[in-house]
Design a protein around this ligand. Structure first.
Ligand code: FES
Length: 372
């Protein structure tokens, strides 16, 4: 039996017999942190962008001890932490404000999601003056002068425009030395978020251009239809970097188009805030979560992630990005069959049964060790 096999057997034994007594487990190496570097903010302003989208201007909540906001790079996001009816959850939102004008606050922009829990609370219930708890800015989406080519093509769908507005401010301020062309696809003119700012950039900033296309109506000043090869071709140079933010379906179509321009995969970068997975059969499994000094048992449906199941059960599982990238939720699976969709878990860690619960779906009863 190899060392790993032994380890797995030991873990299975713990999983079967564990009854809540404090155990010594040397396998979790403390990678799971608390919701670190939190910032307390207040809503300074709420701006109605479209009929289903609002922007929130967040400034430090000095009464709670946050004196200034952490700086950020265009393309980064913050994770918003919320307690809803006693349950705890997080959501990631890109910052859409100018990184060099942090004294004016952060701006996050939220679009209504059908049955969306946090987005709908933000849109319907939050008022100016309300307090929020957020993480420091995180993520590495955006322009990176060491990695990227100077000709940057942005592809945005719907609220995926947010990081590009922030990037446009950065380029406009001379903080990034690149030429940015953003293709922005929405259904109708009324769905355009940041219309005035886009018009400003198109008029005043030589290094930034937004090309807007409407998929459901024809209007002067806009292209018609989904972003396609003919629209992009005039802006492609010998070397390009492509940044995409929007629905997964957009990524699929764009990858096919980019293949025709022979743009290498390593020059294409994506922002992801959603994991798509639909199991063939909907089932309900038992999820046993072994905590530092306790354990909890809850239900987990085959179409919900282990993270969502824990949140519904009131377990304060750590999370930030919710798409398997930041590593905050990393934990160990002690028993059971699971399916992890995407993410960036290192191979060696995956072989040692580390998982990201935010992108992991159960395929049997599961026992999970969470170091909280
Ligand atoms: S919350 Fe970021 S990896 Fe799971």
């Amino acid at each position: 039996m190899t060392k790993i096999d032994n380890l797995k057997k030991e873990r299975k034994d713990i999983a079967k017999t564990y009854s809540g007594k404090k155990i010594k487990d040397t396998y979790i190496d403390g990678v799971i942190k608390n919701f670190q570097d939190i910032q307390y903010v207040k809503i300074k302003d709420i701006i109605e962008e479209t009929n289903d989208t609002k922007s929130f201007i967040l400034v430090p909540d000095e009464d709670k001890g946050t004196r200034e906001l952490a700086s950020f790079r265009a393309g980064q996001y913050i994770s918003l932490k919320m307690f809803i009816d006693g349950d705890y959850t997080t959501r990631a939102y890109s910052l859409s404000s100018a990184p060099n004008k942090i004294n004016k606050g952060y701006r996050i922009t939220i679009k209504r999601v059908p049955n969306g829990l946090v987005s709908n609370i933000m849109l319907d219930d939050m008022k100016i003056g309300d307090g929020l708890t957020i993480s420091r800015p995180m993520g590495d989406f955006g322009y990176n002068k060491v990695r990227d080519e100077k000709n940057v093509i942005g592809i945005a769908g719907g609220s995926g425009i947010t990081p590009f507005i922030s990037l446009a401010y950065e380029v406009d301020a001379g903080l990034d030395d690149c030429n940015l062309t953003v293709f922005y696809s929405v259904k109708t003119e009324d769905d355009i978020i940041f219309k005035k700012e886009i018009e400003y950039f198109n008029k005043h900033c030589k290094k930034v251009k937004f090309v807007m296309t409407l998929t459901r109506e024809e209007k002067p000043g806009y292209l018609k239809g989904h972003i396609n090869k003919d629209m992009i071709e005039p802006y492609i140079k010998e070397f390009n970097t492509v940044l995409m933010c929007g629905p997964k379906a957009l990524y699929k179509t764009m990858n096919e188009i980019l293949g025709e321009f022979n743009i290498p995969r390593k020059c294409v970068h994506y922002e992801n805030f959603m994991v798509d997975f639909l199991p063939i059969e909907e089932k309900t499994y038992e999820l046993k979560v072994i905590l530092k000094n306790d354990f909890k048992i809850c239900e987990c449906k085959s179409n919900e992630t282990l993270l969502v199941a824990m949140e519904k059960a009131g377990i304060k599982a750590p999370s930030l990005c919710r798409v398997g990238i930041c590593g905050y939720c990393r934990s160990v699976i002690l028993d059971g069959k699971i399916k992890m969709i995407g993410g960036n878990m290192e191979k060696a860690l995956a072989q040692n049964d580390y998982i990201h619960p935010c992108i992991t779906y159960p395929e049997s009863d599961v026992v999970l060790r969470l170091d909280i």
